[in-house]
Design a binder for this molecule. Structure first.
Ligand code: 3PG
Length: 209
């Protein structure tokens, strides 16, 4: 695996998948998560303020490793890098995303949902993947099965991972980290309840291993 991707996947056992609607929420949200012990933050490109949120977090939140999620178009690599993203994640992948990921200066974590997709990515040298949507495509049993033919592949299962099951995922030797939106529920963000979010982060990290 590329060292940079490997390193990214082991920086934090849990990666919050952030959907930021209001730009003003970006910095306090990131600060709450970092204060709670989570340094790796995925800001999804699902809202109009996402790029600006990445920029603000990267400039203002000490200790945060902020990246971009939900890349669906290779051209987004340039935009997220310009905004200061330190990594990029996509919910699936395409040939052009993989090529852009290989050319990019920041680590790229493509997502797979099947063995054949994984094998196509491995032909290009990728061995670290988001598994998405993890719960719907087989979850823990699928990851256990992948370990047989692909012992060197590492995963970040995301999608259907939450407080009730994230430890089961993290207990698997081929799971380096998990991702999920449960660490920053939109309702708590809307209420600006940063202390509740900090508690969620602390709780997730404390019980992660
Ligand atoms: C993602 O984009 O990775 C998912 O939306 C996160 O899935 P979750 O909401 O089930 O955690």
């Amino acid at each position: 695996m590329s060292t940079a991707v490997d390193k990214l996947m082991t920086l934090s056992p849990v990666i919050p998948v952030l959907v930021i609607d209001q730009l003003d929420d970006a910095v306090p949200l990131a600060r709450a998560l970092v204060a709670g012990g989570i340094s790796v933050l995925e800001v999804t490109l699902r809202t109009p303020v996402a790029l600006e949120a990445i920029r603000l977090i990267s400039e203002e939140v000490k200790g945060a490793v902020v990246g971009a999620g939900t890349l669906t178009d290779a051209r987004q690599f340039a935009a997220v890098q310009a905004a200061g993203a330190q990594f990029a994640i996509s919910p699936g992948t395409t040939e052009s995303l993989l090529e852009a990921g290989l050319d990019s200066d920041i680590p790229y974590l493509p997502a797979v949902a099947t063995v054949s997709e994984m094998m196509a990515c491995m032909e290009l040298g990728f061995t670290g993947f988001k598994l998405f949507p993890a719960g719907a495509v087989g979850g823990v049993p699928a990851l256990k099965a992948f370990a047989g033919p692909f012992p060197d592949v590492r995963f970040c299962p995301t999608g259907g991972v939450g407080p009730d099951n994230y430890r089961e995922y993290l207990a698997l030797p081929n799971v380096s980290c998990v991702g999920g939106s449960w660490l920053a529920p939109r309702a708590l963000v809307a209420e600006n309840d940063w202390s509740a979010i900090q508690r969620l982060a602390t709780d997730a990290v404390t019980h992660s291993r």
